[in-house]
Design a protein around this ligand. Structure first.
Ligand code: CTP
Length: 411
């Protein structure tokens, strides 16, 4: 049962970050930081104080972030073109000042506006994060500590400097935090704002295969695409997703916490029941085989050995078992693929398995169900309420239902 390791290097995909660099020797690390933010998918614009440009060139940063670097109030003084600091302050999802000198921290406290970075800070509407860098005595000085405390009280997020050898030759606290740690810190901040942040969700997906002999099995035509799309959307929206899947040929969505591959319904049941008590939500998309062969063989059956009839025994109902042990804070979602009397049958499963909602897709709808890239679903709730969606890509269906569950069922 291969277990994928929890994902590392959390993403900053699509985030707009204004990176402010001030005049400290640690500015050389800002190049690595800018590259790391870009590598994780952020869009980065760089502002440098005049002091910073003495430590590292704007050209280096502009090349790394693929955007012009700003350091003056004017772009072209003769042509009368000014740098629109208001636009820059509004553009960013976050302003990161790394390194932040003692001087810049003091200027922030007093609302000074001596350079472009300070002007942007005064007009910014987004959160501000600072990574101080200075010599140990400057850092422990009462003025610096009082400035840091004031900024923190105003909501500025301060990333503590590291302890180690300093440019002065002294040893102590004052080194700017490492670029990778700063990038992780930002990713965690953004993550905490996501709608499913802090929720642990167990998703089952794909078919199960019930072996007959060494080469044959009972299976079904589930591709796993719907379950994988749901797992992806939940993970992108901040959930810690554990994906338990039968045999599929699909790549693991990038932000999934862990993926556990199983073959049979019994294996899936063992994994799911052992994890369910620690989850907040369960979403059962898997097309679980209701039966398995009574007799199986480790060898391949030859034609002459094939049983004349297959005797089947019942598999555990994974979802119904989850429903029986469901705790008050847990939410449980099922899926139903029906060929006839869909609504009534789905409503029946919803109450029989103690679910909070069930997603119904009909085999009668064109482009819906197994093997398609599209799906057309309705979501039914305990109180009889139902919401229907048009035929859409499975990814778009996943976005719709995940949003609906959260807004309707969040405890
Ligand atoms: N399910 C499950 N374990 C099973 C069978 C089904 O967890 N052994 C889950 C599916 O993942 C799905 C829901 O139950 O979320 C409904 O599956 P379906 O096969 O439609 O339900 P059954 O209870 O098997 O009903 P039917 O008699 O229609 O097959």
């Amino acid at each position: 049962m291969p277990l994928a390791s929890p994902s590392s290097n959390p993403s900053l995909h699509g985030r707009r970050i204004v990176l402010g660099i001030t005049g400290s020797i640690a500015a050389y690390k800002s190049a690595v930081l800018a590259r790391e933010l870009k590598r994780r998918g952020a869009e980065v614009r760089v502002l440098m104080t005049p002091g910073a440009t003495e430590f590292i060139t704007p050209l280096t940063l502009a090349t790394l972030v693929d955007n012009p670097v700003h350091s003056d109030f004017t772009e072209d003084v003769h042509a009368g073109i000014w740098t629109n600091h208001v636009e820059l302050g509004i553009w960013g999802d976050l302003i990161l000042i790394a390194p932040a000198t003692a001087n810049t921290l003091a200027a922030m406290v007093h609302g000074q506006c001596d350079n472009l970075l300070q002007a942007v800070l005064l007009s910014a509407r987004c959160p501000v994060v600072v990574a101080p860098a200075m010599d140990l005595d400057m850092f422990t000085h009462a003025s610096t500590q009082s400035n840091i405390q004031t900024l923190a009280e105003r909501g500025v997020d301060v990333i503590e400097p590291d302890t180690g050898p300093l440019a002065s030759g002294l040893f102590g606290k004052g080194r700017m935090a490492e670029p990778e740690d700063i990038a992780n810190h930002l990713a965690q901040r953004f993550e905490a704002e996501l709608p499913w942040s802090g929720k642990r969700v167990l998703v089952t997906a794909g078919p199960t295969q019930e072996p007959l002999d060494a080469v044959r099995f009972l299976g079904n035509r589930s591709s796993g695409k719907m379950g994988f799309a749901i797992a992806r959307v939940l993970a992108d929206q901040g959930a810690e997703v554990t994906l338990v899947t039968g045999p599929v040929v699909l790549d693991t969505p990038s932000r999934i916490h862990q993926r556990i591959d199983v073959q049979t319904a019994s294996e899936m049941n063992d994994v799911v029941q052992s994890m369910w008590k620690d989850m907040d939500w369960g979403v059962a998309c898997a097309a679980v085989s209701d039966f398995r062969p009574l007799k199986t063989s480790q060898q391949k059956w030859h034609r002459s050995e094939m049983p004349p009839a297959l005797e089947l025994i019942e598999n555990p109902d994974i979802l119904a078992t989850m429903g029986k042990t469901k705790q008050a804070h847990q939410r449980l979602i099922g899926f139903a693929l029906e060929s006839d009397h869909g609504q009534a049958s789905a409503q029946n499963k919803l109450s029989r398995k103690n679910l909070d909602a069930i997603v119904l897709n009909s085999l009668m709808d064109d482009g819906s169900g197994f093997e398609h890239d599209t799906n057309k679903v309705s979501v039914l709730f305990k109180d009889g309420k139902s919401v229907s969606f048009e035929l859409k890509s499975k990814y778009d269906v996943a976005c719709d239902v995940v949003d609906l569950w959260r807004t309707t069922l969040t405890p």
